[in-house]
Design a protein around this ligand. Sequence first.
Ligand SMILES: *[C@@H]1O[C@H](CO)[C@@H](O)[C@H](O)[C@H]1NC(C)=O
Ligand SMILES: *[C@@H]1O[C@H](CO)[C@@H](O)[C@H](O)[C@H]1NC(C)=O
Ligand SMILES: *[C@@H]1O[C@H](CO)[C@@H](O)[C@H](O)[C@H]1NC(C)=O
Ligand SMILES: *[C@@H]1O[C@H](CO)[C@@H](O)[C@H](O)[C@H]1NC(C)=O
Ligand SMILES: *[C@@H]1O[C@H](CO)[C@@H](O)[C@H](O)[C@H]1NC(C)=O
Ligand SMILES: *[C@@H]1O[C@H](CO)[C@@H](O)[C@H](O)[C@H]1NC(C)=O
Ligand SMILES: *[C@@H]1O[C@H](CO)[C@@H](O)[C@H](O)[C@H]1NC(C)=O
Ligand SMILES: *[C@@H]1O[C@H](CO)[C@@H](O)[C@H](O)[C@H]1NC(C)=O
Ligand SMILES: *[C@@H]1O[C@H](CO)[C@@H](O)[C@H](O)[C@H]1NC(C)=O
Ligand SMILES: *[C@@H]1O[C@H](CO)[C@@H](O)[C@H](O)[C@H]1NC(C)=O
Ligand SMILES: *[C@@H]1O[C@H](CO)[C@@H](O)[C@H](O)[C@H]1NC(C)=O
Length: 858
Amino acid sequence: MFRRVVHSLLFLSTAVAVSIDACPGYNASNVVSTSSRLTADLNLAGDACNLYSRDAHYLKLLVEMQTDSRLHVKIYDEVLEVYQIPSSFLEVPSGGNSTQDSSDLSFSYTSYPFSFSVQRKSTGDTIFNSSGSNLVFESQYVRLRTQLPDDPYIYGLGEDSDRFRRETKNYTRTLWNMGNPGLPNHENLYGSHPFYLEMRNGQAHGVFLWNSNGMDIKIDQDTNGQYLEYNINGGVLDFYFVSGPQPADVSRQYANIIGTPTAQSYWTYGFHQCRYGYQDVMEVAEVVYNYSIAGIPLETMWTDIDYMDLRRTWTLDPDRFPLEKMQELVTYLHDHQQQYILMVDPPVSLNDSASWENAVQLDVLMKNSSGETFVGGMWPGPVGYVDWFHPNAQSFWSGQIASFFDDDNGVGVDGVWIDMNEPANFCAPCSNPYSETAPTPPDVRTSWEPLPGFPADFQPPSSSFTEKRDAQGNSTGLPGRDLDNPPYKIQAKYGTLWGWTVWPSAPNYGGYEQYDIHNLYASGMISHTRKGLLDRRPDERPFIISRSTFSGDGAQSGHWTGDNDSKWSHYLLSIVQHQEFASIFQMPMVGSDVCGFNQDTHVNLCARWAMLGAWYPFYRNHNANNAVAQEFYLWPLVTEAAKKAISTRFALLDYFYTAFYQQTVDGSPSTIIPLFFQYPNDTNTLDISYQFFYGPSILVSPVTIEDATNVTIYLPEDTFYDYWSGQRIIGNGTNITLTDIGHTDIPVHIRGGSILPLRTDADTVNTTAALRNKNFTLLIAPDNSGRAAGYLHLDDGKSLNSTSSDINFSYENGSLALGGTFGYSTDLQVISAKVLGDGSGATFNLTKSLNKPWVVNI
Ligand SMILES: *[C@@H]1O[C@H](CO)[C@@H](O)[C@H](O)[C@H]1NC(C)=O
Ligand SMILES: *[C@@H]1O[C@H](CO)[C@@H](O)[C@H](O)[C@H]1NC(C)=O
Ligand SMILES: *[C@@H]1O[C@H](CO)[C@@H](O)[C@H](O)[C@H]1NC(C)=O
Ligand SMILES: *[C@@H]1O[C@H](CO)[C@@H](O)[C@H](O)[C@H]1NC(C)=O
Ligand SMILES: *[C@@H]1O[C@H](CO)[C@@H](O)[C@H](O)[C@H]1NC(C)=O
Ligand SMILES: *[C@@H]1O[C@H](CO)[C@@H](O)[C@H](O)[C@H]1NC(C)=O
Ligand SMILES: *[C@@H]1O[C@H](CO)[C@@H](O)[C@H](O)[C@H]1NC(C)=O
Ligand SMILES: *[C@@H]1O[C@H](CO)[C@@H](O)[C@H](O)[C@H]1NC(C)=O
Ligand SMILES: *[C@@H]1O[C@H](CO)[C@@H](O)[C@H](O)[C@H]1NC(C)=O
Ligand SMILES: *[C@@H]1O[C@H](CO)[C@@H](O)[C@H](O)[C@H]1NC(C)=O
Ligand SMILES: *[C@@H]1O[C@H](CO)[C@@H](O)[C@H](O)[C@H]1NC(C)=O
């Protein structure tokens, strides 16, 4: 057999084509196929076109039948120089034990020009087919296109602010993490999740591209029909195809690749308050106090960058947020079973000598291409950026966390909020980062009204690319690329890769370039923060909310959707974003700023948003410094809405905690669930964006028209019960209009067949800690055959290794049974049960244990 000797000409420059469609593609040879695996050589099938950089001459194909529902297809360079996401970042599955016979997915290919397709045998569907155009694999541009049915139903490929179902014409999703306030449509936003789910004839499949480079994913039609096309700035093609066939199967199969979501503490589901622009620690205390006297249960107070001394992370403003007062605030909150959270930004300020010297000494700051510390601009002025690939990064970051958040000598926070981690760089472009200045801090208050319950003195003091490497490469990235200005320009905001972030040419430890790993920057910050929090409180589930994210980060962190606006369209957008993050991207601890962040909110919008926010996994009111104040207690209408919303959320908190837990076990979408996940055969559900399931049993249908008091909702063919009245409604697959929905109301329906374990007297408690002492009542909502079932996961609500009980309830013909496993012992009881729809609506009193099985007739 012919054996190539000219390896040194991997990426060879010859001719330049005029059009990408004139590129020659590849020729498959040396195909070796076993029952579970196929490999081949892919050789450039003609003259290089070198359109956006240089064509790779020699590629490898690897196909693995990994499981009966997952197929792995990888196309990569023979000498392993092209960047691949390092396994130290996340170990994605390799190998596998399925076979071409047993797998529901089959792989077929054409040798010349090379193309491949993936079929699902059980339905005969071709779910991916690249034959419509040639593969292009250049040093800074990779293109692969798949043909699709006309007007496909595609979901995912976020983070985005577009409609839930992807547009199918002239549509581009750009993935390049970007701080993008106002969340503009059709632009790249904070995170990148190159995964999509497609629905066809009631069946779902998923396609995941494991690639962190900047990319445009284009969905459009041309004379050859409908397609989806990846246009990537580099890296390899590393695809995982999953076969469903139910949407929930696709979610679980994706979780099997990238990891299941991390468990969260019980208290994190309480109501959170934050604002950018609280002037000092006294104002923060006033807000805590005002919530308390308004009778709105505030679970956790947050502080934005205001606490920092001249905006430098790891410092406290000595005049406005002095350590002693911060500690008094934390003590007050903890004494009242409330929590406190601070924001942390990734960069280290050049003007914060302690942290800077520490970082320099450990050598953990990113360098520029000349080997000096990369200096950019951020809130505090000139900053350096932690290089998360550096082996010392963890000890630096854990050390910062351990000392600054020390429970005795620092600020004893209960979680960390990480921001600006795209990462943001205000000096991009700018000529001199050292000239970046910090904003002027607000005035120091001179007088202050004492707050009952706070300490009396709680006030401030006055004060070469074409050469073959001899050694096998390590996939850290090709040399010789134009990293700052690649010839193929993805449609990133500001038109460049370096707009508003660290230069793509900044090298990271181990030979990695920012160009390749930009989209992983937040992931590095998340994993190092999580480890730092675990070092500090080893038994406690770390609570992290991150702005920027990448595939897999849900296993360590939650997400808020960034700087939205106080406007109706962003109230609606939040519903779409939560369905995407919770059910598709496996990041279910997600929330949007309630009442909106930028711009002035108003009373009706804030009331509606307070009602909607109670059905977010992460429920936080957050506001910009230059907008009107929007704490819930500021308007009587919003106060009333918030009290009702929170007491309803509290009654249902264990139902939701249990559902969230289920997603942490196997990735089953259990938190914020799109309608079509529940009714995949009902095509009417495919375009529904603004109704959703909160857990498997509760359908939430918020008002969708501003200032309206009606909403037209869709009810699939199923039995439902109005949550508020208990009235049964038989869904028949049509729209119905609900009227008279005041601003303190939100339509909620229970799906027939459900048993909801509710906390009793949820409206009498003001923290989740108090809620955990309440007994349970069971709300039974039978399906049309008179049966119902439900679940309850009980544990200590905070430990990583708590004992637990996994309890199931079932009901049929007046017989109510409890079973399960009982590892978590509790004195709490089931003290009543109510069966909806039986006409009487009677409540049955019980005194039943949660520590052992029982059956009772009611
Ligand atoms: C294949 O591997 C998976 C995961 O390792 C395992 O659960 C399964 O039992 C294996 N199947 C066979 C047929 O060996
Ligand atoms: C496609 O979208 C771009 C950007 O939104 C727009 O400028 C262009 O006019 C659109 N083209 C067509 C054919 O609609
Ligand atoms: C909650 O209510 C209890 C009992 O009324 C009270 O002692 C406590 O201070 C309240 N806590 C908060 C945070 O308002
Ligand atoms: C990978 O190879 C490059 C080039 O030889 C080298 O600079 C880098 O240090 C290597 N990285 C690792 C992690 O071995
Ligand atoms: C959808 O329809 C298919 C085929 O009729 C059936 O096998 C499947 O169980 C249905 N799915 C659901 C969720 O009802
Ligand atoms: C719903 O409210 C909107 C806005 O107030 C109004 O235009 C519309 O007529 C109402 N629809 C129904 C069916 O009441
Ligand atoms: C569907 O149900 C609605 C509300 O109960 C009812 O008004 C409507 O007539 C029903 N439509 C059909 C086709 O049964
Ligand atoms: C329900 O109403 C929406 C919005 O008006 C419409 O797009 C949809 O087709 C309707 N669905 C049905 C089943 O009539
Ligand atoms: C729970 O219910 C049992 C039985 O009615 C009662 O004895 C107990 O006091 C209740 N516990 C709480 C915390 O209300
Ligand atoms: C959890 O594990 C830690 C050590 O890993 C141990 O100290 C602690 O007691 C455990 N807690 C529970 C509830 O098992
Ligand atoms: C159930 O208990 C409640 C409160 O303890 C009581 O008011 C009610 O009369 C009881 N109902 C029955 C049917 O015993």
